[in-house]
Design a protein. Structure first.
Length: 102
C-alpha cells in the first residue's frame, strides 16, 4: 500500500482528510489508517474495489474506528439496533447474522 492507494481509497469512501502511516515514511505497509469525511445519512461502505494496472480486481475490507451510535443491523450512524426501524427482530437473529460487525 502506497500513498496513491491511500488517496484512491479515501476518495472512493468520501472526502479524504488525513493519512496516518504505520511506519510514518509513506512507504509500503500492511495497513493504512485514513481519516475520511462521510455522509452519515448513507450506509457505511464495507469494502472498496480496486483494479490493478494488470486489470485484476482486488477487494479491500474497510474497518471503522470511533463511530458514534451505530446500527449493526442496517449500517447507519445515528441510532443503535435497539431503536432501528429497519431491524426486523426475529427469534433466529443474533450479532453474527448482521452485515455490519466489528
Amino acid at each position: 500500500m502506497d500513498r496513491q492507494l491511500a488517496l484512491d481509497v479515501g476518495n472512493a469512501i468520501g472526502e479524504l482528510v488525513a493519512i496516518d502511516w504505520k511506519d510514518r515514511n509513506s512507504g509500503w505497509t500492511e495497513f493504512m489508517r485514513i481519516k475520511v469525511k462521510i455522509d452519515v445519512l448513507k450506509l457505511l461502505r464495507r469494502v472498496v474495489r480496486m483494479v490493478e494496472k494488470t486489470g485484476e480486481e482486488k477487494i479491500g475490507l474497510i474497518k471503522y474506528e470511533r463511530l458514534l451510535d451505530f446500527c449493526y443491523a442496517c449500517g447507519v450512524i445515528g441510532h443503535t439496533m435497539k431503536t432501528c426501524m429497519n431491524n426486523k427482530e426475529d427469534a433466529g437473529s443474533n450479532a453474527s447474522n448482521f452485515q455490519f460487525g466489528s
